[in-house]
Design a protein around this ligand. Structure first.
Ligand SMILES: Cc1cc2nc3c(=O)[nH]c(=O)nc-3n(C[C@H](O)[C@H](O)[C@H](O)COP(=O)(O)OP(=O)(O)OC[C@H]3O[C@@H](n4cnc5c(N)ncnc54)[C@H](O)[C@@H]3O)c2cc1C
Length: 728
């Protein structure tokens, strides 16, 4: 007899009586205190002595913390499925993944009819329920575009999808008859009958029908959980037999008597749990559905993923939140999410054995987009996100932390670390490439504050690199880190930083080239306390072109800030201006925590130039005017960045005063105009062009030769090659 090997669960079945409306709520709370996994309520909207079950479940969700909640079961003829989809997902989101959806075809037809439900034959009711499941799943789907569905009972005509539930919400069905059981086999995730209504062989017969229908539909019968409503009189042995011989893994106790709930929770449930674990010889492992297995990608040995390492596959719930990054759409074959450096070693060893691309992801904001891929392995370091103070102005930060969180933590100590301009960017990508931020001209690049890294090399070896240990690697990490391994921790010396001046100035620009030259001269003439970033897109039809400057002044003296900003106010007619004195952390709190959902390929070109000469300015103006670049951004560097010797780090273009980046929609159009300008230097963080010659733009010959030598030593098989490869 089957044991479908789902983890054992215990629940309660509470009457939603309205005689004393708080009683069912109190019983739900008691169920939680007693350690039940689940509390359920029958749904009979035509029953005058009952509360509305949907409303009751919402109330219960709001007044409990851990217990899962479900109806037992919802009356679909009286609850339109499109609305059910939304209610279920909303309740799941609000309860942080504690709601389960259980449906029934309805009964008591006269009552349903009198409530405005449509009178159906039993066969029609099953068909309608099947359509309801399709409708609910279509509306939960994260596919783009509206949902269309044309059934005999329900239609969707471009309905907006969403929200999706917070967790992989199962659909359980309350059923007794073969036709419904076949539907469960085809479509549902659980069977929920009541023991008293099943005959002697009812469970066995029902399971056989469900299993056969599942197999016919290409499913694994183990995908379907078997739940059972039971009375309190059953002994441990009987429940054990139901679990091991009839495949039941969720027992729901039908009782409103607190003493019975307590006895069952304290005596029966633990004894059954222990006996089942003993008989099974270990805890149960959930089975992956046949549909999910069909979505696996070639070249990845999924069975070899190390045990204990979190791995998300295309068929997994929530995978859509992991597949893409901020700028580039992707569809990896697996996203591994190590929780510590040891698991990074395991993840890398696994990835090396696969015949697919490897992407390393920290914050997922890489503009080249190589932290996702198509069909490959992604090692996603978001869980390595701690920010720890390890000494006076010395911090240890995980690669998965985001710069806005780093800034917020450092602010508690009056400290700051210049990073980039956007708080959502991850530490790993930025701190292995450079880090051109709001305080760059006064405090240098992010990498200039780096004191040590811990890193997993291609060999799997874990090393520490600093000025005194693995010094050559430490040199290379600061500008070309992605080619040498996976950084699992960074140690930075940070600065004491008071509030800073932060100005946002918008200009009407009639002559782009002239404006760029004037802004460039103003920046170069400014003391290093001033770091100015410029952004510009094409003009909207019939409107003037607007350029925006965001300028940080590393001072907390209002008069000094205004004096230093004054020359910028005179570059061109201002259409808007705002100056604030605020903490660096407040400047960085500019990103949301939304999952990344980019589609398509980004196109961005980058240069590091000493001056914004008339020739460069004219070239950039041409890109804006023709639309070859719809978003131009220029960040000022120089100052403290240029204090560091060219050969001190792999980031070598120290004389540059400006990091230029142009984003376009067509690589051909952008490349044609960009390449004609004859730029020098390149900051890898703003580049998407993977043509091999970009490496020679990013690294001067002496730097590149040094990097290649080290690469040959540390990564001779070129494991880390996907993001601007320094070939060994
Ligand atoms: C909106 C936006 C604003 C930006 N502003 C700035 C700015 O002002 N200044 C600036 O300097 N940059 C800026 N950038 C660029 C940014 O610094 C880079 O894109 C950076 O790589 C993003 O880091 P991440 O960890 O979020 O990216 P991810 O996409 O996770 O990683 C990018 C790449 O870095 C490598 N990598 C990631 N983690 C590790 C690791 N732990 N060890 C080794 N290699 C690793 C991988 O090759 C990966 O493909 C900006 C980007 C965006 C999208």
């Amino acid at each position: 007899m089957p044991d479908y090997r789902h983890a054992l669960q215990f629940g309660t079945f509470v009457t939603p009586s309205n005689a004393s409306p708080q009683t069912p709520v109190a019983l739900a709370q008691l169920s939680e205190q007693l350690g039940y996994d689940l509390v359920t309520f029958q749904d009979h909207p035509y029953q005058p002595s009952f509360l509305d079950t949907q409303t009751l479940m919402t109330w219960v969700a709001a007044t409990t913390k851990t217990i899962h909640i479900a109806a037992n079961v919802l009356n679909v003829p009286l609850r339109p499925p499109a609305v059910l989809a939304k209610t279920a997902a909303s309740l799941d989101l609000l309860s942080e993944g504690r709601y389960e959806l259980s449906l029934g075809a309805g009964g008591f037809w006269d009552a349903i009819d009198s409530m405005g439900g449509r009178k159906l034959t039993p066969g029609q009711a099953v068909d309608a329920l099947e359509e309801a499941i399709d409708v609910i799943r279509a509306l939960w789907s994260t596919e783009r575009g509206g949902a269309f569905y044309k059934g005999d009972y329900y239609h969707l005509n471009g309905a907006k999808r969403g929200p999706a539930p917070a967790h992989d919400m199962p659909i359980w069905i309350g059923a007794l008859k073969p036709r419904m059981q076949r539907l469960i086999g085809r479509k549902a995730d659980g069977w929920l009958p009541s023991l008293p209504y099943l005959g002697e062989t009812g469970l066995r017969d029902g399971n056989a029908i469900i299993d056969e229908a599942a197999l016919e539909a290409g499913r694994d019968p183990r995908e379907i959980r078997r739940l059972l409503n039971v009375g309190g009189a059953l002994e441990v042995d009987e429940l054990l037999a139901l679990a091991l011989e009839e495949g039941v893994s969720t027992f729901i106790l039908t009782a409103d008597d607190p003493r019975m709930l307590q006895r069952f929770a304290e005596e029966t449930a633990p004894a059954v749990r222990e006996a089942v674990d003993r008989e099974r010889g270990g805890s149960a492992a959930p089975v992956r559905s046949a549909a999910a297995i069909a979505l696996r990608r070639d070249g990845i040995d999924y069975d070899a993923i190390p045990a204990g390492l979190s791995a998300a596959e295309p068929g997994d719930f929530g995978f859509h939140r992991l597949r893409s990054n901020y700028m580039r759409g992707g569809n990896p074959g697996v996203v591994l999410q190590p929780r510590d450096a040891g698991q990074v070693v395991e993840a890398l060893a696994f990835a090396r054995e696969q015949k697919v691309p490897l992407g390393v992801r920290s914050g997922g904001h890489g503009i080249s987009g190589r932290s996702t891929n198509d069909g490959g392995v992604v090692i996603d370091l978001r869980a390595l996100n701690t920010v720890e103070v390890i000494g006076e102005k010395l911090v240890r930060i995980g690669p998965g932390a985001r710069w806005m969180d780093v800034a917020a933590t450092l602010a508690e100590h009056g400290w700051a670390l210049s990073s980039g301009d956007y708080g959502g960017v991850g530490v790993g990508g930025l701190a292995t490439a450079g880090g051109i931020g709001w305080l760059a001209r006064n405090r240098g690049l992010t990498i200039d504050h780096l004191r040590a890294v811990e890193m997993v090399l291609a060999s799997g070896e874990t090393v520490r690199a600093s000025a005194t240990e693995n010094a050559e690697l430490f040199w290379a990490v600061r500008g070309a880190g992605a080619n040498f391994g996976i950084v699992t921790a960074f140690e930075f010396a940070v600065d004491e930083v008071a509030d800073i001046g932060f100005a946002t100035l918008a200009y009407q620009v009639d002559d782009v080239a002239d404006f760029l030259v004037r802004w460039g001269e103003t920046v170069e003439a400014s003391p290093r306390e001033v770091t100015s970033f410029l952004i510009m897109g094409g003009a909207r039809p019939g409107q003037p072109l607007i350029a925006q400057l965001m300028t940080a002044v590393d001072s907390d003296q209002p008069d000094e800030i205004i004096d230093l900003l004054q020359p910028f106010a005179e570059i061109a007619p201002l259409v808007q201006q705002q100056v604030e004195l605020k903490p660096y952390a407040a400047v960085m709190a500019n990103a949301s925590g939304e999952p990344h959902s980019a589609t398509g390929e980004p196109t961005s070109r980058s240069a590091l130039v000493d001056h914004l000469t008339p020739e460069i300015a004219a070239g950039l103006a041409g890109m804006v005017a023709t639309g070859a670049s719809y978003f131009l951004s220029i960040r000022s560097v120089g100052g403290a960045v240029a204090d560091v010797a060219e050969d001190a780090t792999a980031y070598a273009h120290r004389s540059a005063n400006f990091a230029v980046a142009a984003i376009g929609s067509s690589p051909e159009r952008l490349n044609a105009q960009w390449d004609a300008v004859g730029f020098t230097g390149l900051y890898l963080s703003f580049e998407t062009d993977l043509r091999p010659e970009r490496i020679t733009d990013a690294f001067p010959p002496a730097t590149l030769a040094r990097l290649r030598t080290l690469k040959a030593e540390l990564d001779p098989e070129n494991v880390f090659r996907d993001n601007f490869n320094v070939a060994p």
